[in-house]
Design a protein around this ligand. Structure first.
Ligand SMILES: Cc1cc2nc3c(=O)[nH]c(=O)nc-3n(C[C@H](O)[C@H](O)[C@H](O)COP(=O)(O)OP(=O)(O)OC[C@H]3O[C@@H](n4cnc5c(N)ncnc54)[C@H](O)[C@@H]3O)c2cc1C
Length: 499
């Protein structure tokens, strides 16, 4: 196979580059060794945020760029994003009022805001968000950021890349890269052992936590850059409060954690920041992190949380650009693009947040496009992601219209589909005119038609892909749901369903 650009890594940064490049007419092949968003990019706090905390580290340039992306992503993907109002209870023993006020002033003014409201001071004795807190917290502030379904953001970028002509190979590892003056020869190996040889004019190494390891193990290239691996974990508990606000809690150790309404019935609490030297493949939350998150949230919340309340948890490894900081929370969240063009070019990405992936893609294209003779004109800032073409971005109205159009669909299903697939719900429903025409209900609320849509359009292969990344149904279903679905896939869709 001959391509212009081989992208290694199907996390948010790899797919962002692949989409941008494909849209400029570049012949792209993206390979991902596991599932799309199978690693860091589905283990995030799920925020498109400026990063209030980074202001303390004077990262004004990064915060400004990130703040701008909130409004952009709300426009491009109104189905999988939603504005989220954060409440910061004031703790007199920690940061002083003036410091929080100054930070929020910068947050409001560093970038233009069209739809997200600015910050405000709150009286927590009377404000709704005060009801879930201990009575000692009387004053606080509120500000806005954006929530996003991280794994779906990845998948929608891939769908768009493919619709612009990119070839996508999941469960396919790039084992080796050989270099000549004008091209790369790559050996890609599928999980069934199939070997594909690819000639590429250029390579983008977007392997996230594996970026340095990949260069060392599989290429002749050496980079002066490195990533520092910082583990972060989250816990999920049953809903702790009924209002729609999220909280930012300041901790005595100087860190902050978030408590966020999650998936209707749950509260998501995270995260930790721990130096990590293990295999990124095997990262998982440990007992000390669970206890830390429970005790930090319990300092503020009226209800106290214990490890027994945890119904689910997840962990990921941040691939942060090494900057020699002694404190893991202080390591820069910015990124660097490192080009080696001593022979055929390879661009390696070190760092890069979910929030800034689109800008990172544009900046990567400033390097890649001239090398490949492609268009140097950015295009992604105004191009909605698949399913995001919702009139005025008004999801509530769009959902109500869908309920009228498909009166036979249960309301809860329409609402879930609307938030996952946006305008592509019509493609999912296809010619069906009754619930029975969606095929077997394999698990409560999961019909064969949706499973097939995910297999055929979104590269889903296993029950885990479907229940934990393409949808979040895993959280709502009994513990044996994954085995039931996996059994069904192996029986009914034998080519696709093997793990
Ligand atoms: C706990 C936590 C919370 C976070 N919260 C937020 C947040 O709220 N907002 C935010 O903006 N950012 C957040 N981040 C940061 C963000 O998640 C990451 O910076 C981002 O997901 C990194 O994406 P990536 O594409 O670089 O890496 P990954 O998502 O890890 O993708 C790299 C991919 O490369 C693949 N790969 C590796 N080697 C090969 C190979 N040889 N062949 C083929 N494929 C290969 C891997 O399988 C992997 O899927 C958080 C991170 C963590 C850990």
């Amino acid at each position: 196979m001959e391509v212009d650009l081989l992208v290694i890594g199907g996390g948010i940064n790899g797919v962002g580059i692949a989409r941008d490049a494909a849209g400029r007419g570049i012949k792209v092949l993206l390979c991902e060794k596991d599932d799309l968003a199978g690693h860091t990019s589905s283990a995030t706090t799920k925020l498109i945020h400026g990063g209030l905390r980074y202001l303390e580290h004077y990262e004004f340039r990064l915060v400004r760029k990130a703040l701008q992306e909130r409004e952009v992503m709300l426009r491009l993907a109104p189905h999988i994003t939603r504005p989220l109002r954060f409440v910061v209870p004031h703790d007199a023993s920690l940061r002083p009022m003036w410091m929080i006020r100054a930070g929020l002033f910068l947050y409001d003014h560093l970038a233009r805001r069209d739809r997200l409201p600015g910050s405000e001071a709150l009286d927590l004795r009377t404000h709704e968000a005060g009801t879930a807190l201990k009575r000692d917290y009387r004053a606080g502030f509120a500000y806005s950021d954006l929530w996003v379904d991280d794994a779906r953001l990845v998948v929608l970028n891939v769908v768009d890349a493919a619709e612009h002509g990119a070839t996508i190979m999941t469960r396919t590892i790039c084992e080796r890269l050989e270099r000549s003056a004008s091209s790369w020869r790559a050996q890609l190996v599928g999980d069934d052992g199939t070997v594909t040889e690819v000639n590429a004019r250029m390579v983008a190494n977007v392997a996230g936590p594996w970026v340095s390891h990949f260069l060392e193990r599989s290429t002749p290239v050496h980079s002066k850059r490195a990533v520092r691996l910082i583990k972060g974990s989250h816990i999920v508990v049953r809903k702790l409060y009924d209002h729609p606000y999220a909280y930012l809690f300041q901790n005595p150790d100087g860190r902050v954690i978030f408590s966020i309404p999650y998936e209707g019935e749950f509260t998501l609490i995270g995260t930790t920041d721990l130096e990590y030297h293990g295999d990124p493949e095997k990262v998982e939350i440990d007992q000390a992190e669970t206890e830390y998150l429970c005790s930090m949230a319990s300092r503020f919340l009226a209800a106290s949380i214990t490890p027994d309340d945890v119904v689910w948890s997840y962990a990921g490894v941040r691939p942060l650009l090494e900057d020699e900081s002694s404190d893991p929370s202080a390591v820069t969240r910015d990124y660097t693009l490192d080009l080696d063009d001593s022979q055929a070019p390879i661009l390696s990405v070190f760092g890069g947040k979910l929030t800034t992936f689109r800008k990172l893609g544009e900046e990567a294209m400033e390097i890649i496009a001239p090398l490949l003779g492609a268009s140097e004109k950015p295009w992604t800032e105004t191009a909605v992601l698949p399913g995001g073409d919702i009139p005025d971005g008004d999801l509530a109205r769009f959902g109500a219209d869908l309920e009228k159009r498909y009166p036979w669909l249960p309301g809860a299903l329409v609402r879930r589909w609307c938030r996952s697939y946006g305008s592509r719900v019509s493609q999912l429903v296809g010619a069906a005119t009754a619930l029975t025409e969606l095929g077997e209900e394999v698990l409560p609320g999961l019909y064969a038609q949706e499973i097939d849509y995910l297999i055929n359009n979104e590269w889903a292969r296993t029950a885990e892909d479907i229940l934990w990344r393409r949808t979040r149904l895993g959280l709502h279903l009994p513990a044996d749901a994954e085995d039931t679905l996996q059994g069904w896939l192996e029986r009914e869709r034998p080519i696709m369903g093997h793990r």
